[in-house]
Design a protein around this ligand. Structure first.
Ligand code: T3D
Length: 262
């Protein structure tokens, strides 16, 4: 759907732009369906070798569109467990399970689900003007889209709780200093820098990058012993790839490697 989500495929990069700038790209059900469909394409289509997620206009994403939750337009309380199950959880599960790099270019404010969808991505690069806001407590909700998991793992309980309970904005530079995101850059440079990063990764050994992602994501939940076994198994798989043979040949022939993603 090009109305609320713009998608382009160029140089192996599927660029997905949240596109409701007048609401800071607040997330609607339609946007949720479009994003899930686009991420399924990213997962299944070999022509896609990296994903770049960003927002149109001055914001990245202001989270759930609250006009869809107006109490005046319904009789009883909403079932938000249902909306998580239908829209938000599939988005986060797809981002984490697609075995290709998913880059997020946070061009401006990222609030609520917008913040935590960004933080679920593999590499987050933000405009130094961006802010991350766990806005949920302001409207009587809890952080979702994996926020309670991501923040706790990446920052520890003290910072996770303070951010979630206070809903205070976290400046992008502080997020980078805390290790919550990869890095920041001047806002004017973000589109070019993020695109260059995505293209570089899309030209990489996609299989190995995907297996690397899987291994790193598994690391937090198991012992070193189990991780060593996993590395053995995944390295066996990587070692059989055409891109491994190409990488070694290119090194020995002192030329740039031409990876095909296989
Ligand atoms: O419901 C479920 O399914 C459960 C899942 C929940 C997930 C969630 O994400 S819950 C959290 C929802 N998000 C929020 O509570 C954030 C609400 N927005 C804000 O707090 C502020 O807009 C920001 C801090 C993000 C940015 O502030 P600022 O001052 O830069 O911009 P603004 O003026 O507030 O917003 C600009 C416009 O966007 C404005 O519209 P207007 O007045 O120009 O016509 C504003 O109403 C609109 N907008 C911003 N956020 C939302 C929104 N419209 C609908 N829904 C929004 N979330």
């Amino acid at each position: 759907d090009t109305a609320c989500l713009a998608a382009t495929l160029d140089h192996g990069v599927l660029k997905l732009t949240l596109n409701r700038p007048e609401t800071l790209n607040a997330f609607t059900a339609e946007m949720g369906r479009s994003l899930i469909a686009a991420l399924e394409v990213a997962r299944d289509d070999d022509a896609v070798r990296a994903v770049l997620l960003t927002g149109a206009g001055r914001g990245f994403c202001a989270g759930q569109d609250l006009t869809e939750r107006d109490p005046a337009s319904r009789t009883g309380p909403p079932d938000l467990g249902e909306t998580l199950e239908r829209f938000y959880n599939p988005v986060v599960r797809l981002i984490r399970s697609i075995e290709k790099p998913v880059i997020c270019a946070v061009n401006g404010v990222a609030a609520g689900a917008g913040a935590n969808i960004a933080l679920a991505c593999d590499i987050v690069i933000a405009a130094n003007t961006a802010r991350f806001i766990q806005a949920f407590s302001k409207i009587g909700l809890i952080p979702d889209c994996g926020g309670t998991w991501t923040l706790t793992r990446m920052l520890g309980e003290a910072r996770a709780k303070a951010l979630a309970l206070t809903a205070e904005p976290l400046e992008a530079d502080t997020a980078a200093a805390w290790g919550l995101i990869w890095r920041t850059c001047p806002a004017v440079d973000l589109p070019v820098e993020a695109e260059a990063l995505a293209r570089r990764l899309a030209a990489g050994p996609t299989r190995a990058l995907g297996l690397t992602k899987r291994a790193i994501q598994a690391a937090g939940a198991q012992s070193l012993d189990a991780q060593l076994d996993l590395e053995r198994d995944l390295q066996r798989e990587a070692g059989r790839s055409a891109d491994h043979a190409e990488g070694v040949a290119a090194f020995l022939e002192k030329r740039p490697a031409q990876f095909t993603g296989r």
